[in-house]
Design a protein around this ligand. Sequence first.
Ligand SMILES: Cc1ncc(COP(=O)(O)O)c(C=O)c1O
Length: 429
Amino acid sequence: MNFDYTLAFAKAQDQADPLADLRNDFLFPKQHGKPFIYLCGNSLGLQPKAAREVMEQQMTNWENLAVEGWFEGEEPWMFYHKKLKSLMAPIVGASPLEVCPMNTLTVNLHLLMVSFYKPQPGRFKIVMEAGAFPSDQYAIESQVRFHGFDPKEAIVEISPRAGEYTLRTEDIVAQIEAAGSEIALVLFGGVNYFTGQWFDMEAITKAGHAAGALVGFDLAHAAGNVPLKLHDWGIDFACWCSYKYQNSGPGGISGIFVHEQHFADKSLNRFAGWWGYQEAERFKMEKGFIPEAGADGWQVSCTQVMPMALYHASLKIFEKAGFMEALRTKSEALTGYLIFVVNELNKALGEEQFKVITPTESADRGAQVSIIAKDKGKEIFQQLVAHNVLGDWREPNVIRMSPVPLYNSFEDVFKTGALMLKISKEIFV
Ligand SMILES: Cc1ncc(COP(=O)(O)O)c(C=O)c1O
């Protein structure tokens, strides 16, 4: 696509955008009476307009049905999660049986590691990306210790080459091959939270399996952002939060994926709870845990209806968008335009003031573009916020901006660029 750094170009792209109307399904935060240009879906997605209504509906159900709401009413809470499963599945490329909404992300990482990190004396290592989100680092370290191993020996972190920000797939594969038979688990992010790099998940999975390891992914920054084929890629397990690209609200419910090839494996450990028990027999309250079929068998506590209702409101918008295909086409164009605009700013400023560290190859990134300002990055970021452009700042030096195809426009990107130029000129000239 040939880009042009003009408002007319951006407006023409928006006019031709088949998804442009979806923006009207969301509420935008305001400052000085004006809506923000919101570029922070990588952290917390916007509120769907339908969210208040679905919450209201559940409050009414609770009021009118109270405990009978579990089995009575139009959508008894007992089975409510099923209507999410069929909408979650196409977002991550799985069958409905392989996914389940439950808990929150780090909790699910732990629960899934209980099942899929099975260290033995000679095969106990976990391979992960260096600079993974801290919660993943803490979860992995504590799991390693829980099994009696030393994190220093057991965790293999893969770093970018000197002077580079992102990982090369060939380096990831080579390091998995090198650690080979010592690896019990490869646990990677799908998209890195800092750089926005979308890893080659299929290649990582193949390499992990060739080494005889199991392979899982934290999809916090990937689910609802990039098209995934968890089932076809043969990934063993994954989990994600739904409050970023899937707009389910702060602390929203997480989703898990377990590949169907593991459903019949009775040797897997589980930290079980009553809600994972066979659904039809659950209320017989009998001794001896028998899991429900599929990912539902990993549930522990009773299902979280309110967070699920919010997630469902957003999943319906994904359904309206035809799930990931058209969104991805728009996303690649939006991020491509943002990177182009940043280059135009550098030209106008006569130097590389802004460095994009996210891969410039669109196949290697999602909606997030991470930018390092050579000088006064935090000041520039704060000025952007003061002028109604909301991305986010990640220490020590990165501005993250994510034009999200569900609710951002080319005009948003153009205006952000124009504002960055104005602010930079004021600060530097
Ligand atoms: C990659 C990644 N993993 C894990 C987490 C933690 O998620 P939670 O607090 O929902 O457990 C986050 C939160 O932003 C994240 O970005």
